[in-house]
Every structure is written in structure tokens, then in C-alpha cells.
Design a protein around this ligand. Structure first.
Ligand SMILES: CC(C)(COP(=O)(O)OP(=O)(O)OC[C@H]1O[C@@H](n2cnc3c(N)ncnc32)[C@H](O)[C@@H]1OP(=O)(O)O)[C@@H](O)C(=O)NCCC(=O)NCCS
Length: 164
């Protein structure tokens, strides 16, 4: 019988950025569709691709920053997901989970749990008192994931669209 592939988590490197962006791009489509199912993939990607340059700048900055932890999940050398967290610059007792994204065919295998656990341990080791995370209300998987680590609902974000 084939041995179960081993999951490895390590800090992200500059060389990983292209793969990270690809996973982010795919994940954003699924994430946005949880809340706005009628939005087309084409439109979601059109918006996403406007920020390509900014994403790359932000990955580079986040990977280097001492107040951030940016990690990737690997299965047999393939990057299958990534996640990052930061300590707020205005209050070092507060942490934030920024992103957790898994390649489609690697979801549902508890990899996000391993990533989130790593980020929470890192924040705890940095003497952070509380951690926040934002997500779409209808992103049930992400909400359940965070709930399973003890996150509680504390705020709601509202949005209104202007008629064109
Ligand atoms: C959300 C996401 C990161 C979860 O990753 P995953 O690897 O599929 O999740 P895991 O297998 O580690 O499961 C972790 C927990 O998530 C929740 N979860 C996972 N799949 C779920 C599903 N189909 N329905 C409801 N909850 C689910 C559960 O709480 C699960 O824990 P449990 O299996 O012990 O009950 C992943 O689906 C993803 O990348 N989605 C697209 C991008 C996205 O929405 N990212 C979050 C932005 S805030």
C-alpha cells in the first residue's frame, strides 16, 4: 500500500511567490463565489488581476517582515497551500490571520488546520493576547475552520452597492 504523503510546513521564500499567487488566484474565485454566487469567474479574475503588481510587492514585504509569519504547505515538494498572519503595528498585543488558501484538489484534508495551528502558535509565542480573522459570512468552510480553533463572532461588516 502507498505510504500517505507527508505534509511539510515551512516559511515562504521569494522563489515561491509565483506558485503562491496561482493558489491565491484560484482560491479567491471560490472564496468570492461563496458570498456572490452569481459573479462570474471572468469578472472575479478581472478584478483580481488588476492588483497583480501590488500582490507581488505585498508578498515580498510580508515574507521579510519580522511582525509577520508567512508559511507554505508542501506535499512531496509541491506547494499545496499558504497562509500568513501578522502582529498589528498599532497594537503588538493583537494578531490577525490574513490569508489561508489551499489548492482545490488539496482541500478537505486538514491541511488548513495545520497551517492555522502553526500561525496561532507563532502568534502565541510572540505574546499576542488575541487574534482576529475576517471572512465572508457565507464562507462556511472558513468560518467552521476558525470556530474549530475557538474563534468567536465579534463583528459584522456591511456593504451597500450603488445603482449604476
Ligand atoms: C477554507 C479553506 C482554507 C479550508 O481548507 P481545507 O484544507 O479544505 O480545510 P480542512 O480540511 O483543514 O478542514 C478544516 C476545517 O474547515 C472546516 N471545513 C472544511 N471543509 C468543510 C466543508 N465542506 N463544510 C464545512 N466546513 C468545512 C471544518 O471545520 C474542518 O474541520 P473538521 O474537518 O475537523 O470539521 C479552503 O477550503 C480554501 O482554500 N478555500 C478557498 C479560499 C478561502 O476561502 N480561504 C479562506 C479565506 S478567509
Amino acid at each position: 500500500m502507498k505510504k500517505e504523503a507527508e505534509l511539510k510546513i515551512r516559511k515562504a521564500k521569494k522563489e515561491d511567490i509565483a506558485q503562491i499567487e496561482e493558489i491565491y488566484r484560484e482560491g479567491v474565485v471560490d472564496e468570492v463565489k461563496t458570498q456572490f454566487p452569481k459573479k462570474t469567474k471572468k469578472n472575479i479574475l478581472k478584478d483580481f488581476d488588476k492588483w497583480k503588481k501590488e500582490h507581488k510587492k505585498s508578498y515580498k514585504k510580508d515574507i521579510k517582515s519580522l511582525s509577520e509569519r508567512f508559511i507554505v504547505a508542501l506535499i512531496e515538494k509541491e506547494i499545496v497551500g499558504f497562509a500568513n498572519a501578522k502582529i498589528q503595528s498599532y497594537d503588538k498585543t493583537q494578531g490577525e490571520i490574513n490569508r489561508i488558501y489551499l489548492k482545490r484538489n488539496w482541500r478537505g484534508k486538514k491541511i488548513s488546520k495545520a497551517l492555522l495551528k502553526d500561525l496561532l502558535m507563532w502568534l502565541k509565542s510572540r505574546k499576542v493576547d488575541s487574534v482576529a480573522a475576517g471572512m465572508f459570512i457565507k464562507n462556511k468552510k472558513s468560518r467552521d475552520l476558525h470556530k474549530s480553533f475557538g474563534f468567536k463572532n465579534t463583528a459584522i461588516r456591511m456593504q451597500k452597492k450603488f445603482k449604476k
